[in-house]
Design a protein. Structure first.
Length: 261
């Protein structure tokens, strides 16, 4: 199904029980709704599960490059909920999707019951402006590497299982270099702009045991500074923990979801 507004169109799917608590999953860079296949299967009997392709990804359209990606995507989520007559939801985001989830939770606090962050990073407090020097650092190798080399390098630094690596390689080819550079720059800009205050909703922070050390440290600090949060580590998983080890990831998700009841 598609939802359209004057900015663009997004593809989405709704699974599960119509009158149950709604969970919206937002994916990471170069990915699409398919990354959450195992989460949909695990949750649809008890929850209403929405997965979607964010702008620039999958079956969704691009948006104007001057629009801030994360806030625009957050608006899409709320508009989609409005179109489906859903008053509020639990938002879950993977990597880039975590930034989108935070923007939605901050901008629309009454619409977001709780947040789940898979391999995410806190937008509060904001990062120093010098972080923007990383934009060309990331853009240069993306521009000079072949598509095949870029896809392999990108995937092997985010996943450990063959099927997840293959999925990420496919996503890099579909997304393309131009969009990938733009989205990475948007993530860095998000971190510099930040949020003015921490989120108030209950929060799950989780990452894989093979995750990069800086991201592990960032998530531990995020949990330490967030009184209403839970922290879990998924074994035998890298950045895309929901695909590397879906069984363990789903256990972590269900434990948190049951704690909200």
């Amino acid at each position: 199904m598609y939802y359209k507004n004057n900015i663009g169109s997004i593809y989405y799917e709704v699974h599960g029980q119509e009158n149950a608590t709604t969970i919206v999953f937002s994916h990471g860079v170069t990915m699409d709704h398919r990354t959450f296949k195992e989460q949909v299967n695990a949750l649809k009997d008890e929850y209403r599960v929405i997965v979607w392709d964010m702008p620039y990804h999958g079956k969704s359209s691009e948006i104007h490059k001057n629009l801030q990606f994360s806030t625009t995507a957050a608006d899409f989520i709320i508009e989609l909920l409005d179109s489906l007559d859903i008053p509020n939801a639990i938002l879950s985001g993977l990597s880039l999707g975590s930034f989108v989830t935070q923007q939605a939770a901050y901008k629309y606090p009454d619409r977001v019951v709780a947040t789940i962050h898979l391999s995410g990073g806190s937008l509060y407090p904001k990062c120093p402006k010098w972080l923007k020097v990383l934009n060309p650092v990331f853009s240069l190798p993306i521009s000079i590497l072949s598509h095949q080399s870029l896809a392999k390098h990108f995937a092997k630094h985010k996943a450990i299982t063959p099927h997840t690596i293959a999925y990420l390689e496919e996503g890099v080819h579909k997304t393309g270099k131009k969009a990938l550079m733009h989205l990475i720059n948007e993530m860095i800009n998000d971190m510099v702009i930040g949020l003015p205050e921490p989120l108030e909703q209950p929060m799950l922070i989780t990452y894989g045991d093979h995750e990069l050390s800086p991201i592990k440290k960032m998530n531990k600090k995020w949990h330490h500074n967030s009184l209403n949060s839970q922290l879990s580590v998924v074994e035998n998983a890298h950045h895309i923990l929901n695909q590397d080890n879906p069984e363990e990831c789903n256990k972590v998700l269900l434990y948190f979801l049951k704690s909200l009841a």
